[in-house]
Structures are given as C-alpha cells and as structure tokens.
Ligand binder design. Structure first.
Ligand code: B12
Ligand code: SF4
Length: 575
C-alpha cells in the first residue's frame, strides 16, 4: 500500500511548476516593494510542493517597476531572456496578479510565458482576478484558469490533474481554507534571501468588517479565520530560525479580531524574545490598556487604517456601525498609543467618494487638534489618495455615489491604461468641485503641513531603531538593474536619501519615492530637498545652516550622529 503511494508521489513529483510575480507597469514606484508578495508565493509553493518541484520568479524583486514605455520594453526583454534561461519544461505556470496595479504586467508576462511554455497550464490568481475575472478572458488569452479567492485548492487540483485545462480561460473559485490546512511557508526557499529582512507571515485571513472601499465588501469576501496562538508562535520561531529577518510583518487584514487571542499572541512573542520588530494592522476598537502595554513591551508597531475623523465620512465608508463612537475611539487610541510610545502608522483616505468640504475640514481640524495636544508623539501620519478598486462596494455602487455626491473618475478602468496615475483621478463630490475645481490634489498642501507637524514632534527615541532597520531594508530594495548604473536614481539615493536623512522616506511629502520622480534633474532634487528643510522647521530657515546642522535640529543630535556613520556605510554600498 505504502509502496503504491510512494510510486504515485514520485510520479507526481516529476511535475514542474513555476510561480511568477510580475509587479506593475507604468506606476511611479522606483524602489521595489519589500518582499511583500513573497509570502503569497511561498504559501502557494508550500501547498503544491508535495506534488511538484516548484520554482519562484519574482520579476518585481529582480527588475523593479518599469514606468516609461522604454523601461517597459526593457522589462519585457529582461523577462524574455530570463524565461529563456530557465532550463525547465514547466507543466504549470502560476502568475500572481496580486492587485489591479499588476494587470497589464500580468497580461504581458502571461503572453511571454505562453510563448516559452506552449503546453503548460497557465493559471492566474490574486485580488484583481478575484474582482474582475472577465478581464483575463479575451482573444488569444494565455490563461487556462482564472482563480478567484484563495488559490491553494485550485492549484492543488490543477497539479493533480483533477482540473484539466481546456485552453479556453475557465474561471474557478477557491474555497476559503481552514487554517489547519494551510501549508507551512517554506521561508528558506524564497530565492531572494537578502530581501527577507522584511518577512510577511499570515496568522489569520478575512475580516469581520466590510468597509466599502475594501475587498471585504465585495462579492467574494473572505470569512474570518485564525491559526491558534501556539501555531503562530511556532511559525514565527521557524521563520526567525530559517531566514533571520529584522522585521516580521503580519499580512492579516485585521490582527486581533479576538482580543484574548491577540493578548496571548503578544505575551507569547514577548516570551520568545527574538531580536526582531513586529508590525500588524489592527482596528482602534480592539485596543485597550493591556494591549497597549504589551505592544510597548515588544518592538511592535501598529498600523491603523483610521481613514477619516468625520463621523459622516465613516458612515459613507461603511467603516463602523457607530460612526460617532468610532471617531471617539480613534482619537482616544491615538493618544493612548502615543502616550505609551508605541509606534503607530495611522492612515487616512483623502478624497474618498462622498467627501465634502465640511467633512474634509472636520478631519483636518481633528488631526491638528490631536497633534497640538501632544508634546511628543509616536504617531506617523500617512495620508493616501482614494483609489477606486474593482470588486468592492464603492465600485459596484459608483453610480449611487455619483448621484448622491457628484463623485466622478477619469477612467473607471484605469488599470488597463498606460497612464494609470491620470486615469485613476477623480473628484469625490460636487462640494469639493465647487471649492477646488477639478484639482483632486486639493488636500495635499494642508495635509503635508500636518505631516510635518507630526514629524516635528516625533519622539526620536521611539523611531531611531525603526529607521535603522528601514535603511537596511531600503538598501535591498534598490532594483538590481539600477545598482550598477550611475543614473539619476542612484544619485537620488546618494545625494538625497543617504546624505540627508531617513525621515524623508517615512514622513515628508518628498519621500524618497516621490523624490525619485525628479530623477531627470539632480538640481530639482536638491531644490526639493532644500525646500523640505526650509519649510520643515523654523530653526532651519537659517540659510547658514548646513544640511547636517539642519538635520540635527530637526531630528536631534543622536540620530544625526548615527546617520553620519550609516551614510558612509551606504555611500560605499552604492558605489
Ligand atoms: C497585507 C496586505 C498588504 C501588504 C502586503 C502583504 C503581502 N502578503 O504581500 C502591504 C501592506 C505591503 C500591501 C501593499 C499593497 N496593497 Co494590500 N492588502 C493587504 C491585505 C490587508 C491582506 C492581503 C494578504 O496578504 N493576505 C494574506 C495572503 C496569504 O492571502 P491572499 O493575499 O489573499 O492570497 C491568496 C489569493 O490572493 C490567491 N492568489 C494570489 N496570487 C495567486 C496566484 C495564483 C497562481 C493563484 C492560483 C492564486 C493566487 O491565493 C492566495 C492564497 O490563498 C489586503 C486586504 C484584505 N482584506 O485582504 C490588501 C489588498 C490586497 N491590498 C491592496 C492594494 C491596492 C495594495 C497596494 C497597491 C497599496 C498601494 N497603493 O500601495 C500595495 C501593493 C503592494 C504590491 N506588492 O504590489 C488591495 C487590492 C485591491 C485590488 N483590486 O487591487 C487590497 C485587497 C485592499 C483593498 N483596497 O481592498 N498590502
Ligand atoms: S477593517 Fe480593514 S480589512 Fe476589514 S473590511 Fe475594513 S479595511 Fe477591510
């Protein structure tokens, strides 16, 4: 009996599979994201490696983000060469179209994969295929299967031949798996070990809420499920033993749905006493004194998607059942976490459909109020411009938002265009249109002033360690193609980021990613940097101060001293 099973297993093992992440085309990112999608590829690899030998190719790690037509061409030449160099006849090619931003890259990489492996079964999965599976069905589509929802089940069926390709795209929906069925992530098998400084692990999936701008409000909302605390602790310990990350991020949409579970996890992590920093997304309603205390004992940063501080907007976003109570809880949580020096990255969605001048001003006023009432803060304020994704409530009720508030967007299918940053723009309401015309960046000036106000009060001690792990991480995130090129990007890194300060990366309107956009002209970069310094602190209005002295004044002597040594180390690394 056993022998028969072993023979079957070894036959199945002769199959070859390739898991690909194509990244995105035409988006203004310069630095690669950290090893974000790695966790998804590793989950998928883990679940089929019993049946096939599986390779991973993360083109985004290798190439970065092509932005211009020329770079896109170069990226496709790179990918074509890369596939040609792969000495394997794959039976299955799985492509992760993680977000809608990956759509065009996925189409192109799917086409190349079909050219190189004409007989392979090509499968696409991720959030975009979940939201808009019909986008992958067109004349000449290279895809055999379009997987909606969780990918493990369908991939296993395909590799075991219980789902056979008809060479016409077939839509299949993966069932939400029980956490006990999740395969272990083979951390050490990620082929880009240097990028494992940031490691993503997954303790739970799904969410109990259904905010209207989130995929959880869509047709395929994942039900909430979680691993047990001991199994999460085992996973974290194994991850640390295998790849020694500096940061462990939880990719859970909402860690801590159950307070008791969350507290037990934090206590367990404190006991493990690993030299890593943790980060996770949570909701304000979950936080209490004990959780705050546990977070402050651990190197734990919390991400809070607060989104708005106007009860009306909280209602329009479907963020909470009791909007007034939610806003009160948010303000209280921000004060409490900051008082305990827990690093917080709190995010706001600006220009969300239905936002009016009144709701916008209410949010901004409250944000000023919060920071004016703190002497020092551990709050990092991160605003985002609303982006309309398919597959959520706002998308499917776009017409209602248009009728009720006057919401309009340039192109509802922006992800199919080669100018997505313009196509995706729109005004949230007639109220804002009356005040600002069609300028959907109306909020930027004021909100960047707010960012600076938070930055001014940042408690350097709280963030110093975080910034340093960040530098290490950023070093790994310079795309390979840029490492040996003395192009403007390297100059940006050298002249601005390295020689200046890490604060820019995290907190300023001219973050390193934004600065990279000025890469055509070194002088522009310098001007922006100086502009940042000038507006950032009254102390640095003094023209006689050098960048170094200005930095000292902004972030304190200690950080500046460390920056000095890091700067020389990094300057060597970049030469
Ligand atoms: C954690 C998270 C992140 C993390 C990344 C974590 C990671 N693992 O990579 C961070 C913070 C870095 C991030 C960044 C972004 N994110 Co995000 N993120 C999430 C979140 C909260 C959970 C996703 C997750 O990791 N789940 C755990 C993993 C294990 O499961 P999974 O992702 O569901 O993967 C399964 C399926 O997608 C499928 N699958 C995926 N690939 C493939 C491939 C094949 C072949 C198959 C068969 C199946 C398959 O199978 C997987 C296993 O079951 C979701 C929201 C939510 N509520 O789920 C948003 C979400 C995915 N993010 C979103 C967006 C837009 C982004 C950003 C573009 C934001 C931005 N403007 O920068 C970036 C893009 C990052 C990138 N690399 O390109 C959107 C995507 C919407 C869309 N239609 O595109 C979501 C849905 C939030 C939303 N607005 O609704 N994100
Ligand atoms: S709490 Fe977060 S994950 Fe849950 S529905 Fe809202 S935005 Fe999505």
């Amino acid at each position: 009996m056993m022998e028969g099973k072993d023979t079957l297993m070894s036959t199945l093992k002769t199959k070859r599979a390739l898991l690909l992440y194509p990244g995105s085309l035409y988006f203004p990112f310069r630095l690669r994201h950290g090893a974000t999608v790695a966790s998804i590829l590793l989950h998928l690899k883990g679940c089929i490696s019993e049946y096939a030998s599986v390779d991973i190719c993360d083109l985004c790690q290798e190439y970065g983000f092509p932005q211009t037509e020329e770079e896109v061409k170069d990226f496709l030449v790179y990918s074509d060469d890369r596939f040609r160099g792969m000495d394997a006849d794959y039976d299955l090619v799985g492509i992760s179209c993680y977000t809608s931003l990956c759509f065009l890259a996925t189409k192109e990489i799917g086409r190349l994969a079909r050219m190189h492996w004409p007989d392979a079964t090509i499968v696409v999965g991720g959030y975009h295929p979940t939201a808009a599976p019909e986008d992958f069905i067109y004349d000449g589509s290279p895809f055999d299967f379009v997987v909606r929802g969780e990918g493990e089940g369908p991939l296993r069926d395909i590799i075991q031949d219980s789902l056979k390709a008809t060479h016409l795209p077939t839509i299949v929906t993966g069932k939400p798996l029980d956490p006990q069925e999740w395969a272990d992530m083979p951390f050490a098998e990620y082929p880009y070990p240097k990028n494992m400084i940031d490691l993503w692990v997954n303790a739970s999936r799904g969410c109990i809420m259904s905010c209207r701008f989130c995929c959880q409000s869509g047709e395929i909302a994942y039900p909430w499920r979680t691993k047990t605390v001991p199994s999460v602790l085992d996973m974290v310990q194994r991850a640390y033993a295998e790849v020694r990350p500096k940061n462990i991020f939880f990719s859970d949409p909402y860690l801590g749905v159950e307070k008791g579970w969350f507290k037990a996890l934090l206590r367990g992590l404190i006991e493990l006493d690993l030299p890593v920093a943790y980060e996770a997304e949570c909701r304000v309603e979950t936080l209490d004194d004990e959780l705050t205390q546990l977070m402050s004992e651990l190197r734990f940063s919390v991400i809070l998607g607060i989104e708005s501080l106007s009860p009306k907007m909280i209602e329009r976003m479907g963020k909470a059942r009791n909007p007034e109570r939610y806003v009160r809880a948010a303000i209280e949580a921000l004060h409490q976490l900051s008082g305990s020096r827990v690093p917080v990255n709190f995010q706001m969605i600006m220009n969300h459909p239905g936002e009016s001048v009144e709701t916008y001003q209410e949010t901004v006023r409250t944000l000023w109020n919060i920071i004016e009432n703190q002497e020092e803060t551990s709050l990092m304020f991160v605003p985002h411009s609303f982006l309309l994704f398919p597959g959520n409530y706002v998308y499917s009720h776009m017409d209602e938002y248009a009728r009720a508030y006057g919401y309009r967007i340039n192109d509802v299918r922006w992800w199919t265009t080669t100018n997505p940053m313009v196509a995706c723009q729109g005004m949230a309401s007639d109220s804002l249109r009356e005040a600002y015309g069609e300028d959907c960046d109306y909020w930027k000036e004021e909100v960047h002033a707010l960012e600076r106000a938070y930055l001014h009060k940042i408690c350097v001690k709280t963030f110093v360690t975080r910034w340093f792990t960040k530098i290490e991480t950023l070093k790994q995130r310079v795309p390979h193609r840029d490492r040996n090129r003395d192009d403007v990007f390297s100059r940006v890194v050298r002249d601005v980021f390295i020689a200046h300060d890490v604060v820019l990366e995290q907190c300023s309107p001219f973050s390193v990613r934004n600065l990279a956009r000025y890469d055509a002209d070194k002088r522009t970069v310098r001007r922006e940097r100086d502009g940042f310094l000038r507006t950032n602190s009254p102390a640095v209005y003094d023209e006689s101060l050098s960048t170094q002295e200005a930095t000292d004044l902004v972030v304190g002597q200690n950080l500046a001293k460390h920056l000095q040594s890091v700067r020389s180390r990094l300057a060597c690394a970049c030469q």
